[in-house]
Write a protein that binds this ligand. Structure first.
Ligand SMILES: [Zn+2]
Ligand SMILES: [Zn+2]
Length: 146
């Protein structure tokens, strides 16, 4: 009698675990949000700690911003924002834009301006000179117009 109950109990356990085996999750994928928010063109990692930066913690020099993860890291660089920029952007990578963000004309990449780690293509020397006057806006425009 005991053995029978034991067998029944095991069978019930087996059935139970079978029925709770998880089926493949069938959650609908979240709808892709259209890229309406402007691309973040700053450094992603804090040059002091290596942690993810906060977009409202930065130092600024000549229209460029270096971002940090926290106020403590920012404080280490506040006295010398240019050193912060050098640390945050050790090299300028081509942004890949083919339209000059200043003039709207074609930019073949032979003339670039360096801004926050991006080499942004512009069409001519005049635009190189104009770029710093509204750098962040021009950079955002270039990033949105590949
Ligand atoms: Zn920090
Ligand atoms: Zn131009």
């Amino acid at each position: 009698m005991r053995n029978l109950f034991l067998a029944l109990g095991l069978a019930a356990l087996a059935a139970c675990s079978a029925s709770t085996s998880t089926e493949p999750a069938n959650d609908p994928a979240p709808e892709a949000t259209p890229a309406q928010t402007a691309a973040f063109l700053g450094n992603a990692k804090c040059p002091v700690s290596g942690n993810d930066v906060k977009q409202d913690v930065f130092v600024e020099a000549d229209g460029e911003k270096a971002y940090f993860c926290c106020g403590d890291c920012k404080a280490k660089h506040e006295a010398d924002p240019k050193a912060a920029l050098a640390a945050a952007y050790p090299e300028a990578k081509p942004l890949g834009n083919t339209t000059c963000p200043v003039s709207g004309e074609e930019a073949d990449g032979s003339k670039t301006v360096s801004w926050q780690g991006h080499a942004i293509a512009v069409c001519c020397g005049n635009c190189v000179g104009e770029f710093p006057n509204d750098a962040a806006a021009y950079a955002a425009k270039a990033a949105g117009a590949h």
